[in-house]
Design a protein. Structure first.
Length: 268
């Protein structure tokens, strides 16, 4: 897109008229305009005010979580890879799992970091410059979509688990699942920083994101098997459970984001 660094209407600017590099006679572009022809630079994330604001908010949320709850977090991380051998014993409940405030902070951070990652991907596949919204508004829309997705998924998990599994197993599973979600949210932060400030291409970001999701979802699969499908004949049920509650929602979310972005670039 071509524009003018300086536009003068109806009269010649005496300062520009003496410089052959800056002055173009009337009619060069349009009648009555003088200036220097330029082209808009492609948008970069590290110069985007909306992205910078969200990154700073995410860093602030992480600092609050780590400073306030670093002791429960460290205890949970030590117990993450071990399932209690005595299934009849009451599962330990660290403070972090009883604090909805912490879970809300991590969920908000996850939503905002996910919106940045998808925004970086959308910039290379859609003409977001044509959308009559600024970058902060677009990121806010993406964050809202991720937040609604998170609420819907948690509701679906709660309903399904309440129907098929007893409360003791659900509580133990919820502890480990919450920590894995917290770990996923924290791991998204360095990926977001690499994408914004270190020139990580969306393609590389997708590979790294896929690796992170594969690691976290593999741990979720292990916990599902340990708590809900401990017998060999439960493998088929485990496969159906995992696909319906973990894999399918990601595909649905990806489709919704793609159609939403396409709507913004073609209709708005």
């Amino acid at each position: 897109m071509e524009t003018l660094l300086y536009e003068g209407f109806f009269k010649r600017d005496p300062l520009l008229s003496n410089d052959s590099l800056l002055f173009h006679p009337p009619g060069y572009y349009q009648a009555g305009q003088w200036g220097l022809s330029t082209e808009h630079l492609p948008e970069t994330l590290h110069r985007n005010d909306g992205v910078t604001i969200i990154v700073l908010v995410c860093l602030l949320l992480l600092v609050i979580v780590v400073v306030t709850f670093h002791t429960p977090l460290s205890k949970c991380l030590k117990n993450l890879f071990f399932t209690q051998s005595n299934q009849n014993s009451k599962p330990t409940t660290p403070e972090i799992y009883n604090t909805e405030f912490v879970y809300g902070l991590l969920g908000l951070m996850w939503c905002m970091l996910s919106s940045i990652l998808y925004y970086a991907y959308a910039l290379t596949h859609w003409t977001l410059e044509l959308v009559p919204l600024n970058s902060l508004q677009i990121l806010g829309i993406y964050t809202g979509v991720f937040f609604l997705f998170l609420l819907a998924k948690q509701f679906l998990l709660h309903v399904v688990n309440a129907i098929f599994f007893d409360i003791r197993k659900r509580r133990a599973w919820h502890q480990d699942y919450s920590l894995l979600f917290a770990l996923e949210s924290i791991l998204f932060l360095p990926l977001g920083l690499l994408t914004v400030y270190f020139g990580f291409t969306p393609e590389k970001g997708l590979y790294v994101l896929g690796f992170l999701l594969l690691f976290v979802k593999s741990m979720v699969l292990i916990k599902d098997y340990a708590y809900f499908f401990g017998k060999i004949y439960g493998v088929l049920h485990l496969f159906v459970y995992f696909c319906a509650l973990e894999a399918a929602p990601i595909l649905v979310l990806w489709t919704i984001l793609g159609r939403l972005t396409n709507y913004m670039t073609t209709t708005l």
